[in-house]
Design a binder for this molecule. Structure first.
Ligand SMILES: [Fe+2]
Length: 362
């Protein structure tokens, strides 16, 4: 096995979620850790620019706070999806046992089963760095109060991480405070969760937090199936469906202030939180339904609600209104101002942000 450190690039397009691209310099075989669905097009560009071949997409656990990009990356690159054998997800190609390894050229990644945040949580050790997913954060720790979490198991998992050695670098799956990486020694010194004794950790984790927003839709996407490529369309495809409201429906799932500030002409509004209760209206709409929101995340969740209602005749406008605006397509507004794509005040505290509905113990 090579003694050189494996190549690694952290990719963080969101404020808080961390994705890592790892590759062997000689063979260019690569793995991506915890990709997000809404950033897949960017990952594909990164992969092309770096000149690597994606062999594995690894999800460190079943994510409840954001949509995994692994399924779409598999569709686009042919990579295999890897998760823990404790996962109930139907999505992965390989489910790995504790201590199992994956080869990237002359390097190997060791998958460590580290339950605590969820029963299927893993950390990935490349010989120099440990990618801790939502198990250990810099100065903090995973929450253990939902999804089968357990502070007792988290304590044992922390000891497994500690045993990797003081100099090993810690690269977490989230960071809410602008840190990039740390070391096991530094976390043992300063992290109140990591340095706590068993009883202390259990006491610290007694507080229950809010569940992540739209958790049912996110879990459906992450554990059953994502969206097939032929159901993902671009702004330039929309005109081919005919007249919205007659030949098909443009269903916008944003909040009313976003819809009023700038939308596609002919779109109708059903904010995502209302979709379930207003399903009878949706059934009467002309199909197919093109699902649109600001960036594509809420529109995807709307498609999960539709899937559970037995309606698969939906299409996703990739990149949402942001992509529509970028493509210079016309918008209308009700505000008297130039139409624009805005971020709603209601959308604060989205999928990975701190302040409730996150994966951090706080
Ligand atoms: Fe998580």
């Amino acid at each position: 096995m090579s003694v050189a450190t494996i190549e690694m690039k952290p990719i963080a397009y969101g404020r808080d979620c961390k994705t890592y691209l790892l590759w062997d310099a000689d063979t260019k075989e690569a793995a991506i850790i915890d990709p997000r669905f809404d950033h897949v097009a960017r990952y594909v560009r990164e992969i092309e620019q770096t000149g690597v071949k994606l062999k594995y997409a690894i999800d460190t656990h079943t994510h409840a706070d954001h949509l995994s990009g692994s399924d779409r990356l598999r569709n686009l690159t042919g990579c295999a999806i890897v998760m823990s054998d404790a996962s109930k997800s139907k999505v992965p190609d390989y489910k790995v046992a504790d201590g199992e390894t994956l080869k990237l050229g002359g390097h190997q990644l060791t998958l460590l089963h580290t339950p605590g945040h969820t029963p299927d949580s893993m950390c990935i050790f490349d010989g120099h760095r440990v990618y801790t997913g939502d198990t250990l954060f810099i100065g903090s720790a995973a929450r253990t109060d939902f999804m089968g979490g357990s502070p007792e198991k988290l304590y044992e998992s922390f000891r497994k991480i500690e045993a990797l050695g003081n100099d090993v670098e810690v690269w977490p799956g989230h960071d809410y405070n602008g840190h990039e990486h740390s070391t096991i020694a530094a976390e043992l010194e300063t992290n109140p969760h990591f340095k706590a004794d068993r009883d202390g950790l259990i006491t610290m984790h007694k507080i229950k937090g809010d569940l992540p927003a739209n958790m049912a839709e996110i879990l459906s996407f992450n554990t059953e199936a994502g969206i097939e490529e032929n159901k993902i369309i671009k702004p330039t495809d929309v005109a081919s469906f005919g007249t919205p409201g007659k030949d098909f429906t443009l269903l916008d799932s944003r909040y009313v202030d976003e819809f009023e500030a700038g939308r596609i002409d002919g779109a109708i509004l059903i904010p995502l939180p209302e979709l379930h209760d207003r399903w009878a209206e949706v059934e009467k709409l002309p199909h197919p339904i093109v699902s649109v929101c600001r960036s594509g995340v809420r529109a995807t969740m709307a498609m999960m609600t539709a899937r559970h209602a037995g309606d698969e005749n939906w299409l996703l406008l990739e990149g949402g209104m942001q992509a529509w605006q970028k493509a210079d397509k016309p918008m209308v507004s009700d505000t008297g101002k130039d139409p624009d794509v805005i971020t709603s005040k209601f959308a604060v505290g989205g999928s990975c942000a701190a302040g409730g509905g996150t994966c951090s113990a706080g």
